[in-house]
Design a protein around this ligand. Structure first.
Ligand code: OGA
Ligand code: NI
Length: 376
């Protein structure tokens, strides 16, 4: 043993990798663990002691992110008011909820039901989709950064990339129709929201659309089982979303999503019929910091399952050479560029090479970066 290396720490590390691998190899996810009968949290899901201690000191805020009614969005006077509300929420919270968003309740309910059916179906059927190969347009896995993060997350996820190569026949049959229908509605709503955000930035309605911010969206269909020791676990760790925009559907019964604002965790309580909208890192970058991509997380719950569907609009991630930087129209002498331009390929590679924890990738693209990223 080399001098100075703590053998017990090494052993623990080795043991953890072995445990992670064994868990991953079951291809049955957290749901599979729960079904095998569980009263205690397996070690790989226990958050590090310093994180648990910090949690006790964290204050919890009682405010609510704005709920914006989108009815009459095409009516000129009404649209002005809506744009103003969107601007204010996107500049401060980076989060808001929308109601009367045009997606029928039956389509949202059908999507939640479809996700539930996928995760609760026979495990042998589900296993066929278990993979960590990010080039696959349909994949199911537990913790996308399982081998990079300090804590395995208490959830399983079915991911669907809805780009041009998307083939509906590849979708799992239990949720095929609901996904196709929901995805079409999401694309439409994504474009409406990008129109409002363009106007909120003082640009023409089609500006962000023309930048291809909504090209090829991805659905992350999360299933958070009931957790035996929720105070020790985490559903989705603290992170900000890497793309331009996220729309999140959550089932009405179980609260879990929280946004970090002014050092306080704020619950985003499910509102009947509402969808949660949040700004991603790339939109913060192209808006030169005007719109905020705030950090958020999902806690684990004793009650469950909690089901949520995050729809990410991340732009043309396959166009590796496409550069995104602060929009020229927003740059003035008084408001100089804060961020550098970044090629899509590098951006995606950096994202995949790092876990979601500890630092914000966005800070690396500042003209004066606050830290060094891994060498590309
Ligand atoms: C995400 C996310 C929160 C949730 O998928 O990026 O933040 O409530 N999900 O599932
Ligand atoms: Ni997120």
């Amino acid at each position: 043993m080399a001098q100075g290396i703590d053998s017990s720490a090494l052993y623990q590390q080795y043991d953890r990798m072995k445990m992670l691998k064994a868990f991953d190899d079951t291809k049955a996810g957290v749901k599979g663990l729960c079904d095998s009968g569980l009263f205690q949290l397996p070690q790989i899901f226990v958050r590090p002691p310093e994180e648990l201690a910090a949690e006790l000191k964290h204050k919890k805020g009682q405010v609510q992110v704005p709920v914006i009614d989108l009815s009459g969005v095409d009516d000129c006077g009404r649209r002005k008011q809506i744009v103003e509300k969107v601007r204010s929420a996107a500049e401060t919270w980076g989060f808001f909820q929308v109601v009367s968003h045009g997606i029928p309740q039956s389509v949202c309910d059908g999507m939640i039901d479809g996700v539930r059916c996928f995760h609760e179906q026979d495990v042998d059927e589900k296993k066929k989709y278990y993979t960590r190969d990010t080039t696959k347009s349909v994949r199911y896995q537990s913790s996308y950064d399982l081998f990079l993060s300090k804590t395995a997350t208490w959830k399983d996820t079915l991911t669907i990339s809805c780009d041009s190569s998307f083939d509906r026949d590849e979708l799992p049959s239990v949720c095929r129709d609901s996904i196709v229908e929901y995805s079409e509605h999401e694309e439409n709503l994504g474009n409406i929201l990008l129109g409002l955000l363009s106007e909120a930035l003082g640009l023409s309605t089609d500006f962000l659309g023309k930048m291809e911010c909504s090209k090829g969206h991805r659905l992350h269909c999360h299933y958070y089982p009931a957790c035996p020791e929720p105070e020790l676990a985490i559903g989705t760790g603290k992170h900000s979303d890497a793309g331009f925009l996220t729309i999140l559907l959550q089932n009405q019964l179980v609260c879990g999503l929280q946004v970090l604002c002014g050092g306080q965790w704020i619950d985003i309580e499910p509102v009947e019929g509402a969808l949660v909208v949040n700004i991603g890192d790339l939109l913060q970058l192209v808006s030169n910091g005007k719109l905020r991509s705030n950090e958020h997380r999902a806690i684990a719950n004793r009650m469950g399952p909690r089901i949520s569907v995050a729809c990410f609009f991340s732009g043309p991630i396959d166009e590796r050479g496409k550069i995104y930087g602060p929009i020229e129209e927003l740059i003035t002498k008084q408001n100089p560029a804060v961020y550098k331009g970044v090629a899509m390929g590098d951006y995606v590679m950096n994202f995949l090479a790092t876990g979601m924890e500890d630092y914000r990738a966005l800070d690396y693209y500042k003209i004066q970066p606050s830290f060094e990223m891994y060498p590309l």
